[in-house]
Design a protein around this ligand. Structure first.
Ligand SMILES: [Zn+2]
Length: 443
């Protein structure tokens, strides 16, 4: 009798544990919405890879996300600030087998979803991206600006505030986020640059959202940038470490292995949706890499030195000279590029400074002075780009559609040009081409 009872207990407990395994409850602890000019990103904090189904419904346009075996607190759904970008609002209701989240959309949209792994700030996340179907406003703006270039080209500076959205960058002891202080400083800098005639600054982002690597580079190309300046803030274990730094890129230590590593990094950066893989700004360094080229190394160094000197007049410097990031330089248009670490956010005093509007202004003044000095010193030399290094609709380049079996060297011979020129003008990664591919032939 006792024995049977024991067996029964075991069987009951097995059945019970199977039951609990099967109905393990997932939870969504927070929902965040990030809107940039091209897409709206909805991020849900989840405790595991939730099984989910996503489908669109029309009139009114909405997106339904059915989350299996999931519970969500009412307060998580009923946030007031969900009317952002392409999103009108978020609703939700419990179902028999889980939870249904309904996203009310402003129009019919393209949608994609994926999971994000934990970073320094957040755990597992389910991400839903909403894309506007029509051409974005940024693209429309570009058409306008290329027209004005024909008459007289402004000196164009791309300012790239690091990180954004789900990627906070480094975080200070008082929880100050790198993404916020670099954006605030970037906005002040852009304002100062744009106040001078003949100078035009563009920001890679002007809000709290993440911009993919590809888009940062594309913006620089489309705007026919003369300079590219990435803004960041450093962090280190030792909270006493302090000072601003300026980085340029060097070819020293370059190897094909490093090139491969970098290429894989670059490609993966879009997949991880703006989550840096470690504390270093590898992803952003690779933006600089693909923008700067051997020919502009010199120009980048001059720019770096001048801005470094100007910064030294206003704030504490970390080092006594411009530093090199030892990476390989990729093939791309020539844009002198530098990365500025505005200070150490991990140092309590510098964290306070970086947040301070007056200090941000100081930094912006120093960088702006540097840009103007660079322009004055080098506007009459070859260091400044006179013609864009990428295809331009206004010049006499020819178009060629690659036919089967054709190689770059055959095409180069046919048009009496060089393989290198074709690679450069089309921004090809290597000499591999495919049938049907359309190439611009530099004449
Ligand atoms: Zn950074």
């Amino acid at each position: 009798m006792k024995r049977t009872y024991k067996y029964l207990l075991i069987i009951i407990s097995i059945v019970f544990s199977m039951q609990t395994l099967a109905t393990q409850i997932n939870r969504v602890s927070a929902i965040r919405v990030w809107a940039d000019p091209d897409k709206t990103r909805i991020v849900m904090d989840v405790n595991s890879n939730i099984k989910h189904k996503i489908f669109k419904l029309k009139s009114p346009n909405r997106l339904v996300i059915d989350l299996k075996d999931t519970k969500i607190k009412r307060s998580v759904i009923s946030q007031s600030n969900n009317n952002k970008g392409l999103l009108k609002g978020i609703r939700g209701a419990a179902k028999k087998d889980g939870y249904r989240v309904v996203l009310d959309l402003k129009k019919n949209l393209k949608v994609s979803s994926f999971f994000l792994k934990p970073n320094k700030k957040y755990g597992n996340r389910l991400v839903i991206d909403l894309f506007a179907n029509s051409k974005s406003t940024t693209e429309k703006m570009v058409v306008k600006s290329t027209k004005s270039i024909k008459t007289k080209k402004d000196f164009v500076i791309i300012i790239d505030p690091g990180h954004g959205g789900e990627d906070p960058g480094a975080i200070g002891p008082k929880k100050t986020r790198e993404k916020d202080v670099v954006l605030a400083t970037a906005k002040k800098l852009a304002k100062k640059i744009n106040a001078a005639k003949g100078f035009k600054a563009y920001l890679t982002r002007d809000g709290d959202y993440y911009i993919s690597l590809r888009k940062r580079i594309n913006l620089a190309r489309k705007k026919q940038a003369d300079l590219f300046i990435s803004l960041h803030a450093d962090a280190f274990r030792n909270s006493k470490v302090k000072g601003a730094s300026v980085y340029t890129l060097s070819q020293r230590g370059a190897s094909s292995e490093a090139a491969k590593w970098l290429a894989s990094k670059e490609n993966s950066s879009d997949l991880v949706g703006g989550v840096s893989l470690n504390d270093k700004d590898d992803v952003l360094a690779s933006v600089l890499l693909s923008l700067s080229q051997t020919g502009t190394n010199n120009a980048s160094k001059k720019l770096g030195n001048i801005i470094f000197k100007e910064l030294g007049k206003k704030v504490i410097l970390h080092n006594n000279k411009v530093e090199n990031a030892g990476f390989v330089v990729l093939k791309a248009p020539d844009i002198p590029s530098i990365l500025i670490e505005l200070g150490y956010i991990s140092n309590p005093k510098e964290e306070k400074n970086l947040k301070n509007s007056k200090h941000q202004n100081k930094l912006a003044v120093a960088i702006n002075n540097g840009i103007k000095k660079y322009y004055d010193e080098y506007s009459k030399t070859a260091l400044l780009r006179k013609t864009p290094a990428y295809p331009n609709k206004n010049n006499k380049n020819k178009k060629h559609t690659v036919s089967k079996g054709e190689t770059l060297s055959l095409i180069a011979k046919k048009y009496n040009t060089s393989i290198d020129k074709i690679i450069k003008v089309n921004d090809l990664q290597d000499s591999q081409i495919r049938a049907g591919e359309k190439l611009v032939i530099p004449m």
